[in-house]
Ligand binder design. Structure first.
Ligand SMILES: Nc1nc2c(ncn2[C@@H]2O[C@H](COP(=O)(O)OP(=O)(O)OP(=O)(O)O)[C@@H](O)[C@H]2O)c(=O)[nH]1
Length: 729
């Protein structure tokens, strides 16, 4: 006889655990609770007690004790043809549990019980009319019919699946075993296993996809094409400093907005709309790529077309290139506005020539980039630019469904002393109405007042319309997404859930691509292209690196260089990396202080190298999942070279001031001159005044010599680092 627990025994004998414990106490057998295991000899004793007790009970005419028995009483008035006084009311015990256990062995016993019941409920007058036992009890005894179809969300445990199919878990486990799956009763079954089992029973399966409305950014809006109508394009103006972005924005606005909206007062709400040939165009009011990048870094893509402003008298400048890279990384079409053509020194052809290098080939030279020559100052060429915007917009087939609850992005937000939180929202799909319950980022509320870009109160705003709203419980952030919900309660619930989630996310580490987890992503098919930004000390290295990196192709995953350049790694590089989920490679260059700070907060992976093949090796290893950075460099401090002394036999001594962390005698150092690494090596001597010291902390001066290196100059930075063993993730 095998051991069983108290509650199991109780169940088997259709008595309560309490009763068993009580009986055991009487027998002087101590058990702690209903989970206690019973020894075979104890089971035997109990058996003898219960088995003896049973026949005695059967013969007892009195109704048995409730706990031990299942009393069946005819429900009043429920049995047609029966009058209460005529009825022979018999109460008896129906051993349901026993019936179930025996049921497994065959139907015979089942029938016996049913017959017994029939006998019990025989009417005195009419012997033929039988009362049927209550439904509930029969169900226990009958095998449940298989359902036609079952539904599930995510997964089901064996027990849950068994319940849905009306089968015993053991039967499911057996079936799974036959199918080569070993499972326990509480094991989760995936979709495939569930489908296998169900198809074996001939039951249809439907998986319910649960939509998490709190994560509405990831909702994919699928509209019936019949419900889509054309929407205005949303345009961002980018370009180098002083090339005329603001002048162009103002000039478009002044010439178009005020003329049509007579009496309207221009409001700077972050975006405005103009009407050209009866069609609207929406301009985002913050020129430059900062706003664009911030939005993209937050996962919002609002711009449909980028206007790249290039001053004809100045040509392509660093920020022009940055803007191109941003637009390209976001896959947004570019229209080039060659500005300042009124200037005598203007040379539009030169601009076109220079931009050829960035694959912006003018239509007139066989390419497909639209160039508009204009003067933001005089207004010449602006109408043409607007028409070209409409043309590109038409080609892009920008459409949205206005007849759905509004969804879009925050352009600007602030706290107004009088009005409370105020946000400019760009409706991207649907229509926003006054009174709509809304969730904006992790804030929520009801749209109280809506104002358009000329300060007019409006009742609704359709796709691509910017409106300023009030009525939120807090100030959201630019780039936050918003969505309208069916009622305020839901909006509040979702808003609060999102605020909570945001808090948790802020505490945990953001997931960006890093070389360490690259392989996992490739394996899971999440990665088709690895975005990389390359910064190096000289153009030759940039080119060599880019060429070598582009040759890498591992498991169909390729490297895509989204930006490359000469010089230190800047904040801009990090923002671009963050927005495009890229890795930054520094070749003989370092990130500047701002870049370092932003990289840390944005969790951008920066890899610094000095040898090209090491870069390639590292990227390849990461893609193959064989990255082996058992040692990681840890910068421990920085010192500024304030003076240099040349001493014969010793070499150059650098009189330094430790600006950050500490410099230790045994640390490795690199010498950085204007963001570029000029040398990497070891400290030879580290002195405070005349004494050799082990380390010098921040805020102190020291004398440093570097092994085999004397070309130290004032203003250089000595960065000390150690190689630290790190655990592989
Ligand atoms: N002659 C001439 N000057 C222009 C034109 N467009 C802009 N400017 C002048 O160029 C200067 C810079 O123009 P902004 O519009 O401020 O340039 P921006 O690109 O917005 O500059 P930042 O905001 O600093 O990035 C101003 O003095 C403008 O008056 C133009 O078409 N012709």
């Amino acid at each position: 006889m095998s051991k069983i627990r108290v509650y199991e025994y109780a169940k088997k004998n259709n008595v309560s655990s309490k009763d068993i414990i009580h009986k055991l106490k009487e027998m002087n057998i101590e058990v702690s609770n209903h989970m206690a295991t019973l020894e075979p000899e104890v089971i035997a004793k109990l058996d003898s007690m219960y088995k003896k007790a049973e026949p005695a009970k059967k013969s007892t005419p009195k109704p048995p004790v409730k706990e031990k028995q299942n009393v069946t009483v005819k429900p009043k008035g429920l049995v047609p043809g029966f009058d209460e006084d005529e009825e022979e009311v018999i109460t008896t015990k129906v051993p349901i549990k026993k019936a179930v256990t025996k049921n497994k062995e065959g139907k015979k016993h089942d029938l016996q019980i049913q017959q017994k019941e029939k006998k019990i409920f025989t009417n005195k007058k009419n012997k033929k009319r039988n009362y049927e036992a209550p439904q509930q009890e029969i169900q226990v005894k009958k095998e449940k019919e298989l359902p036609k179809k079952i539904t599930f969300e995510g997964s089901l445990t064996v027990a849950e699946l068994a319940k849905k199919l009306g089968k015993q878990p053991s039967e499911i486990i057996k079936k799974l075993f036959m199918l080569g799956i070993t499972a326990t009763i509480n094991q989760d079954l995936d979709k495939d296993a569930i489908e296998l089992i169900c198809s074996d029973y001939g039951v249809e399966v439907e998986e319910k996809i649960v939509i998490d409305e709190t994560d509405f950014e990831s909702l994919e809006i699928v509209d019936d094409p019949a419900n889509l109508i054309e929407r205005p394009p949303v345009v961002t103006i980018m370009g180098h400093v002083d090339h005329g972005k603001t002048t162009l924005l103002d000039s478009i606005r002044n010439s178009k907005v005020t003329a049509q909206e007579a009496g309207g007062i221009t409001q700077h709400i972050g975006a405005y709309q103009v009407t050209v040939n009866n069609k609207k165009i929406t301009f985002l009011d913050t020129p430059g790529h900062e706003a664009f990048t911030t939005m993209r870094a937050r996962g919002a893509q609002v711009t449909d077309i980028v206007i790249l402003v290039v001053a004809a008298d100045d040509g392509v400048m660093p920020q022009t290139v940055e803007a191109i890279n941003h637009a390209k990384a976001a896959n947004v079409p570019i229209i080039v506005a060659v500005n300042k053509i009124d200037k005598p020194t203007a040379n539009p052809d030169r601009v076109m020539q220079e931009l050829m290098e960035y694959e912006l080939v003018p239509e007139e030279w066989g390419g497909d980039t639209i160039y508009c020559k204009l003067s933001a100052l005089t207004g010449e060429g602006i109408d043409n630019l607007l028409e070209m915007i409409l043309l590109v917009s038409e080609m892009e087939e920008l459409k949205a469904n206005p007849n759905r609850r509004a969804l879009g992005t925050v352009i600007e937000a602030k706290l107004d002393k009088g009005r409370g939180p105020v946000a400019t929202l760009l409706v991207q799909t649907g229509t926003l109405h006054i009174g709509d319950p809304i969730v904006v980022g992790s804030t929520y509320g009801r749209v109280r007042a809506m104002t358009n870009d000329v300060g007019r109160r409006v009742k609704e705003a359709g796709p691509s319309t910017p409106v300023e709203i009030t009525g939120l419980n807090d100030v959201p952030q630019a780039g936050d997404r918003f969505m309208v919900f069916e009622d305020e309660k839901k909006a509040r619930q979702i808003g609060e859930a999102r605020a909570q989630k945001q808090l948790l996310e802020q505490r945990s580490v953001k997931t960006r691509v890093s070389l360490d987890d690259l392989f996992e992503k490739i394996k899971q098919g999440e990665m088709k292209e690895l975005n990389i930004i390359v910064k190096a000390d000289v153009q030759g290295s940039v080119e060599a690196l880019v060429a070598a990196l582009q040759k890498i192709d591992i498991e169909g995953v390729r490297v895509k260089i989204i930006h490359s350049g000469v010089g230190a790694i800047t904040e801009y590089d990090i923002m671009l990396a963050s927005a495009s989920n890229a890795i930054v490679i520094g070749f003989n260059v370092r990130p500047d202080a701002n870049a370092k700070r932003v990289a840390e907060s944005e969790k951008v992976d920066i890899r610094l190298h000095r040898i090209i093949y090491k870069v390639i090796e590292e990227i390849e290893a990461a893609m193959k999942g064989m990255l082996d950075p058992e040692y990681e460099e840890k910068v421990i401090g920085q010192a500024e070279v304030r003076q240099t002394f040349k001493v014969s036999k010793v070499g150059t001594i650098a009189g330094c001031y430790v600006t950050d962390g500490k410099i230790t005698r045994d640390s490795s150092v690199r010498l950085i001159r204007q963001g570029v690494v000029v040398y990497e090596g070891q400290i030879d001597t580290l002195k405070r005044f005349k004494d050799d010291v082990k380390e010098v902390a921040q805020g102190y001066e020291c004398g440093v010599t570097i092994k085999n290196f004397n070309d130290i100059k004032e203003g250089d930075v000595i960065e000390a680092y150690i190689m630290q063993e790190v655990e592989r993730k």
